[in-house]
Design a protein around this ligand. Structure first.
Ligand code: ADP
Ligand code: GLC
Length: 473
C-alpha cells in the first residue's frame, strides 16, 4: 500500500472553482480500490473551516510565512484531510484565488508557498505519525513543493500533475527570501523563468514524474502553441511526462440515481428532463435540439466563438441554455445576445443542481474550447446521453468519437468534433448537429453509444497507482 500526500488548492465537494477540485476529490477513493492511501493537504480557507466538524491538531508552526499556523487532521465526505489552518493567509472573504473584486490576492505566492512548505515538512517529519511515500502536487499552487523538499533534504518522490498550463504562478525575483527559496537555484534549469520565480516551472523541472490530464494534451504541451513558454522544458522532460485522462465520479453523475433530475435508464427518459429544463430557462417547448453549456466563462472556453456561430444553431430550430460565470465582458455579451434571441437563455452564476438538470435535459452539450487539458462536462454528457459537440483538442479529442461518415457507418460515433477551432468550423458543426438530430434513429444510436462509454476512474486510477508503485519500488 503506497501512502500518498496530495497537495492541492481545491477539492470537491469542500471547495471548488473547476475540474481540478473534482479530480482531487475523486482520486483518493479511486486509488483506495488499488490499495493506495491518499491524504489531501488543503489550505484552511474560511469556506472550508466551517464545514470540517471535529479536527485534530497534528502540528503547529510558529511562523508560517508571516503568522502562526496549525496543521489539522479531519475526515469529511470520505476524504482523509490535512488542513493548513493559517488565518493570516486563508481566513478572509472573497474567493480562494481572488478578492471579491476579482483581483488575485497580492500574497498568493506566499499563500500557496505555505501549502508547499507544509507538504515538505510532512514528508520530513510526518503528520501525527503518518509519513507519505510519495508527494503528488497539482498545478502551480503545489509547484514549489520539490524546492522545499530539496531544502529540507528529503528524498520523497514528487509527482506533478498539470491540469492547466495557462497558470504559471509567477512572481518577482525580489520575493526569493520571502518565499524561503534557495537563491542558488534561481537558474533556468530550476525555477527561474524569464527573470521571474515560476512555481509551475519549479515543479516541471524537479518532479520525478509529470502527468497531465489527457494523452493529446501531453503531446500538445510540447508545442509552442499550447506549451505557453513551458514547451522547451517539457520537451527536455518528455520521457517523464505521461497523459492520464480524468474520470468522473459515476456515483454523483448517474442518470439512474441523480436526485436532481427525473431519473432515467434510456435516452427516452430524457424527454421529461428536457421539458423541465426549457421551463426553468424560460424557453418555449420546441422539438429542435436543445444544447446546453456549463462552464467558466473565459477565453479558454471559446465563448466568443460560440457567440459568432450561434445563429446557425438558432436559425435551424435549435436552442441553447447556458450556465456560467467569469469574464464580465463575456457575461454581458451573452446576456445581451439572450435579449435578442428567444431560443437562447443564459444564467450567470454557479449552480451545481442546475448543472445536473442541464446535462440531463439537454440533447447536446457544447464544449467549444480553444484548448482543454481534459474537460469534464463532455464526460457527464456521454454518461447522460447528451451528445457532446466539442473542439478537437486535448481531452476533448481523446474522449469523443466524431460522427464522421466512417464512424456513423461503423455505428461507433458518440459526438461531434470541430476543427480548426474557429467560428466557421463551429458554425458548420452546428449545421451537422441539426442534420443528425433530424435523423432520430442515428441520433438515438449515438446516444446509446455515448451512455455505454467507460467514463469512471478505474483505468486512470490504475495508471496513477502504477506510477506511485514504480517510484517506491
Ligand atoms: P475547468 O476545470 O477548466 O473549469 P472542467 O470541464 O474540467 O473545466 O471542469 C469544470 C467543472 O466545473 C465541471 O464539474 C462543471 O460542471 C463545473 N462548473 C463550471 N461552471 C459551473 C457553473 N456555473 N455551475 C455549476 N458547475 C459548474
Ligand atoms: C483544468 C482544465 C480542464 C481539466 C481540469 C481537471 O481546469 O482546464 O480541462 O478537466 O483541470 O483536470
Amino acid at each position: 500500500m503506497t501512502q500518498i500526500l496530495s497537495v492541492v488548492s481545491e477539492c470537491a465537494p469542500l471547495i471548488k472553482t473547476g475540474g481540478l477540485a473534482d479530480v482531487a476529490g475523486a482520486l483518493p477513493g479511486a486509488l483506495a480500490a488499488h490499495g493506495d492511501h491518499m491524504r489531501v493537504l488543503l489550505p484552511g480557507y474560511r469556506a472550508i473551516m466551517g464545514k470540517l466538524g471535529k479536527t485534530t491538531v497534528v502540528d503547529t508552526y510558529r511562523d508560517l510565512f508571516g503568522g502562526r499556523a496549525t496543521l489539522r487532521a479531519a475526515t469529511a465526505h470520505g476524504l482523509d484531510l490535512l488542513i493548513v489552518d493559517a488565518p493570516h493567509l486563508y481566513d478572509r472573504d472573497g474567493g480562494i484565488y481572488c478578492d471579491a473584486g476579482g483581483q488575485d490576492w497580492p500574497d498568493n505566492p506566499e499563500r500557496f508557498a505555505a501549502l508547499c512548505y507544509v507538504a515538505a515538512l510532512i514528508a520530513k517529519d510526518g503528520a501525527g505519525g503518518w509519513t507519505p511515500d510519495v508527494v503528488h502536487g497539482h498545478d502551480w499552487q503545489a509547484g514549489l513543493t520539490p524546492e522545499y523538499l530539496h531544502g529540507q533534504d528529503v528524498q520523497t518522490p514528487f509527482v506533478f500533475t498539470i491540469h492547466n498550463i495557462a497558470f504559471h504562478g509567477n512572481t518577482g525575483a525580489d520575493r526569493l527570501n520571502a518565499l524561503r527559496l534557495d537563491p542558488d537555484r534561481f537558474t533556468t534549469d530550476h525555477f527561474e523563468f524569464w527573470g521571474h520565480i515560476s512555481a509551475l516551472k519549479a515543479a516541471i523541472a524537479a518532479a520525478d514524474r509529470i502527468t497531465t490530464v489527457s494523452q493529446t494534451y501531453a503531446r500538445e504541451l510540447l508545442t509552442p502553441e499550447f506549451g505557453i513558454g513551458m514547451d522547451g522544458i517539457l520537451r527536455a522532460r518528455s520521457s517523464d511526462l505521461t497523459g492520464i485522462v480524468n474520470g468522473i465520479d459515476t456515483g454523483v453523475w448517474d442518470p439512474e440515481t441523480d436526485p436532481n433530475i427525473a431519473p432515467y435508464k434510456a435516452p427516452a427518459g430524457k424527454a421529461a428532463n428536457k421539458r423541465a429544463l426549457q421551463k426553468t430557462f424560460g424557453l418555449v417547448k420546441s422539438d429542435g435540439p436543445l444544447c446546453v453549456l456549463v462552464s467558466r466563462l473565459t477565453e479558454q472556453k471559446g465563448i466568443d466563438l460560440l457567440l459568432h456561430a450561434l445563429p446557425t444553431l438558432l436559425d435551424n430550430g435549435g436552442q441553447l441554455a447556458l450556465l456560467g460565470s467569469g469574464d464580465p465582458a463575456l457575461e454581458v455579451a451573452l446576456l445581451e445576445a439572450a435579449d435578442h434571441h428567444p431560443n437562447l437563455a443564459v444564467k450567470i452564476g454557479y449552480d451545481e443542481p442546475l448543472s445536473h438538470q442541464m446535462i440531463a435535459g439537454g440533447d447536446a452539450i457544447l464544449v467549444p474550447s480553444r484548448f482543454e487539458p481534459c474537460g469534464l462536462t463532455q464526460l457527464y454528457g456521454l454518461r447522460y446521453g447528451t451528445l457532446p459537440l466539442v473542439a478537437l483538442t486535448g481531452g476533448l479529442a481523446d474522449t469523443i468519437i466524431n460522427a464522421s461518415p466512417a464512424a456513423l457507418s461503423a455505428g461507433v460515433a458518440t459526438g461531434i468534433q470541430f476543427h480548426p477551432i474557429n467560428a466557421q468550423a463551429l458554425s458548420d458543426a452546428f449545421a451537422t448537429l441539426c442534420t443528425l438530430y433530424a435523423d432520430q434513429p442515428t441520433w438515438k444510436k449515438m446516444q446509446r453509444n455515448a451512455m455505454k462509454q467507460a467514463v469512471g476512474w478505474d483505468t486512470s486510477a490504475a495508471a496513477y497507482h502504477a506510477i506511485y508503485a514504480d517510484l517506491t519500488a
